[in-house]
Design a protein around this ligand. Structure first.
Ligand SMILES: *Cc1c(COP(=O)(O)O)cnc(C)c1O
Length: 822
């Protein structure tokens, strides 16, 4: 106790729970915390006052959870991720604290429009896409299933860029999500750590220094300061902490420089420190700025590991018991340098023997792999790694010699296999392989869908798998149903509640009880009415945002995700062009009115992805204004896809496009969100689509295209895309129209290269899958014509998707990997 002579601290008063009480408290916050007169308050002031009102209740639960964690003295999870794609928190927190209805009533009394102020909350967009969104869903689920957990990441000043479309092209603008302040975060000056870079390594001094103990003398240092955001689980059971690091210059040095008159030098140092946490790196970015990316990875790994070890030693006294009290999960390889950092802390700072430190390290870490794409497997040039992290380079070499020795002694590997296991890639420029470091330093390595995990065992990690045959396991991804059903689709959630009661709110698998309503025509009517209302809401939004006029009675066909060639937006656009031709050639047929919506960001340096956005917009302009189409086909690119946009688009979807080249999408989570909201999926047997088919039933999902095995076989047989194209009239004509400038009269050659790539190599098997895809789309049309049959399938999708709750995923992580019963 820090207060002298104090016997008991006063307990804060319980908050009022009725709408009148909440209204009074909101006005109090407005007045006394924000210093605003309610009569003159602006919408942003109301937003902040409302967030503070919700936040106070979250804080009560947060303090109670923290207390409980300390008392239980059990193992805690540390989830390290360079990305957390959180979105807005106001509705999420209010709903999880079970005060949304009362809050709404309170705001009605105050004459404040909750939707209007909710829309002012900026998206916390500290991630690129699925990987970052998974981290956000996991944080919410860990709190929900009562796993004591800390998320660790970076507090980027500029998160994901804001996308505007100008003349059909993507333009990237900085997103200033902190411009109005962030009422959700708490700066923790007391949790600050020094993080070093560069310099040299000397043997440790002193008689008791161990043989492996070294003293790293960095020549550059920054301060990492923590910002904590409370993450409330469902029904406020537990509130965990998301701790994000900000980089700051070390003040004393700066002061010295200022005093010595070196203002420019001090400024340069300060800018250099702050640059560390300024931008989120776009996925697939070019090598430019690579050094800064490695610095970011080490910065947040080091701060997090120092924090974890400090907390452990403070509470348990002995660093050797770390694996009993801490489970550190690496979300992909971005935090993989943490393995070497923990070794450094154990050996250099705590004087442990190298082998003992390695044992502790491996028992503490586990690693989730998110991609098999060779270009996405992280590695760093040895000279760069060594210059920035000289001590970690030594540790990597020392670990590598033990690892390769063990592999040799096992007698089952030739030189090629030994080379594949090595932490250093010796082919060409020598590089440190972060995936291998993460694998070697973990006791568990998991994939994110059954197919992806199987492929991992026979591709990137096949030799590691032979050496450590029990290490690889599968944890199929999930999504939080609080955000992705209850909050984003209150109409559907309300309907389900009336039909089957409330159990599904606590156990998503209870949605199964909807099975018996699938044939109930009264339920179908209400289900379709909810869908129609969601589509009308999306139409309204698109009219405001992009002046689009779309008919809510058309089939809404939606593909929203990062723009990437493997995700094959191009296949979808080419099919739209082919359909456009068909409608014009056969106007007498009963075409199903369709709206094709696209959304997603392209990495700023990814040329083809940006061209695909332009193509979608060029095709939209031609199709949408052609009277011969009679409004039967509309194409619309929706700018600035983010979590908040997803929350409006997904509940409005009839058809979900999950059409990646089989074997390339590790899991996908967008696919799950759509199905939970009653969209049918058109998809390949890729990632989690395979397991979705198993759960919803193959008659309730539209599968097309080559399997992962068939893709491999086709490539091995010498795939000739030109032959395929020449054998498909529809495809050939669509490609000719695109390449010939039909959609780009202002620049007829714009798409020549893009189309030529399909003729020449077609790495993503667009041509190979086209006919199968087009046929599947016509099958979708036929289904749509039978409204009852469609409704039944859609309801069965909702009923059978419960397994894809991230609560289930987290329980599997907790039981199998972290050994925390949940
Ligand atoms: C769910 C989600 C993703 C991931 O979508 P995939 O289709 O799985 O690639 C990406 N971005 C946002 C904003 C999301 O909500």
């Amino acid at each position: 106790m820090t207060f002298k002579g104090q016997t008991a601290l006063p307990t804060p008063t319980p908050r009022r729970l009725d709408p009148d009480g909440i209204a009074v408290e909101i006005v109090e916050r407005l007045t006394y915390r924000l210093g605003k007169n309610a009569a003159a308050a602006k919408p942003h002031d109301w937003l902040h006052a409302v967030i503070m009102e919700i936040r106070d209740r979250v804080i009560d639960a947060w303090i109670a959870s923290t207390q409980k964690t300390y008392e239980e003295q059990g193992r805690r999870v540390y989830y390290l991720s360079l990305e957390f794609l959180i979105g807005r928190l106001m509705r999420d927190a209010a709903s999880n604290m079970e005060m949304l209805d009362d809050l709404q009533a309170a705001l009605d009394k105050l004459g404040v429009d909750i939707d209007l102020i909710a829309a002012l909350e900026p998206d916390a967009a500290l991630g690129n896409g699925g990987l970052g969104r998974l981290a956000a869903c996991f944080m919410e689920s860990m709190a929900t299933v009562d796993v004591p957990a800390y998320g660790y990441g970076i507090r980027y000043v500029n998160g994901m860029f804001r996308q505007e479309i100008s003349d059909g092209w993507q333009v990237e603008l900085p997103e200033t999500w902190l411009a109005h302040g962030n009422p959700w975060e708490f700066e923790r000056r007391e949790a600050s750590y020094e993080v070093g870079f560069g310099g040299r390594v000397d043997p440790a001094e002193g008689d008791d220094a161990g043989p492996h103990q070294m003293c790293w003398r960095p020549n550059e240092r920054v301060i990492a300061t923590a910002y904590d955001t409370p993450i409330a689980g469902w029904r406020g059971n537990r509130v965990n902490t998301l701790r994000l690091w900000e980089a700051q210059p070390i003040d004393p040095i700066l002061l010295d420089k200022f005093n010595a008159g070196d203002h420019l030098g001090a400024l340069a140092e300060s800018n250099r420190a702050e640059a560390l946490t300024r931008v989120l790196y776009p996925a697939d970015s070019s090598p430019a700025g690579q050094e800064l990316r490695l610095r970011q990875e080490y910065f947040f790994s080091s701060a997090s590991l120092q924090d974890i070890v400090r907390r452990h030693v403070q509470y348990f006294g002995d660093v050797r018991t770390l694996p009993d009290k801490a489970a550190i999960q690496l979300n992909d390889t971005h935090p993989a340098v943490s393995v070497a950092e923990l070794m450094r802390i154990l050996v250099d700072d705590h004087g442990l023997d190298f082998d003992e430190a390695w044992d502790i390290t491996r028992r503490t870490f586990s690693y989730t792999n998110h991609t098999l794409l060779p270009e996405a497997l992280e590695s760093w040039p040895v000279p760069l790694f060594e210059r920035l992290l000289p001590r970690h380079m030594q540790i990597v070499y020392a670990v590598n010699s033990r690892l390769l020795g063990e592999a040799r002694r096992s007698g089952q590997f030739d030189d090629g296999a030994i080379g594949a296991i090595s932490l250093i890639d010796e082919g060409g420029e020598r590089r440190v392989r972060m995936g291998n470091l993460a694998f070697a330093g973990s006791h568990s390595v998991n994939g994110v869908s059954a197919l992806h995990t199987d492929l991992m065992k026979v591709t990137v990690f096949s030799d590691f798998h032979r050496l450590y045959p029990t290490r690889i396991n599968n944890k199929t991804n999930g999504v939080t149903f609080r955000r992705w059903l209850m909050q984003c689709n209150p109409g559907l959630a309300g309907l389900i509640r009336e039909a089957i009661g409330e159990r599904f709110l606590d156990d998503a698998e209870a949605l199964r009880e909807l099975d018996r309503f699938a044939d109930d025509s009264a339920f179908q009517d209400r289900f379709l009415a909810v869908k129609r209302a969601n589509k009308a809401a999306l139409s309204d939004l698109l009219r405001q945002r992009v002046a689009a006029r779309i008919d809510p009675s058309a089939l809404f066909d939606i593909q929203i995700k990062r723009i990437h060639e493997y995700k094959r937006q191009l296949l979808n656009i080419i099919e739209a062009v082919a359909l456009y031709d068909q409608i014009r050639s056969h106007p007498e047929k009963d075409w199903v009115p369709r709206v094709k919506l696209f959304g997603g960001k392209a990495a700023p340096s990814y040329h083809n992805a940006k061209l695909i956005i332009k193509l979608a917009n060029d095709v939209a302009r031609a199709v949408n204004h052609d009277p011969a189409v009679q409004g039967l086909l509309k194409v619309q690119f929706v700018p600035n896809y983010n979590v908040s946009m997803a929350e409006v688009m997904i509940p409005a979807a009839d058809l979900s496009e999950q059409i990646s080249t089989a074997g390339m999408e590790a899991s996908g989570t967008g696919n799950m969100k759509f199905a939970v909201n009653g969209a049918l999926t058109i998809g390949t047997l890729d990632g989690a689509n395979v397991e979705m088919r198993d759960h919803v039933g193959e008659e309730n999902i539209v599968i097309f295209g080559l399997t992962a095995q068939e893709v491999n076989a086709r490539r091995a047989d010498g795939y000739v895309p030109r032959d395929v194209i020449e054998g498909s009239r529809e495809l050939g004509q669509a490609l000719q129209a695109i390449a010939g400038g039909v959609f780009s009269p202002d620049d007829p050659d714009r798409y020549k290269g893009l189309v030529q790539g399909i003729y020449d190599h077609d790495w993503f098997m667009v041509a190979a899958d086209f006919d199968s895809y087009a046929a599947a789309q016509r099958q979708v049309d036929a289904l749509w014509a039978d409204e009852r049959a469609w409704a039944k399938k859609a309801i069965l999708n909702v009923a059978r998707m419960g397994w894809f709750s991230s609560d289930r995923t987290i329980r599997e992580y907790a039981n199998d990997i972290w050994k925390i019963p949940a």
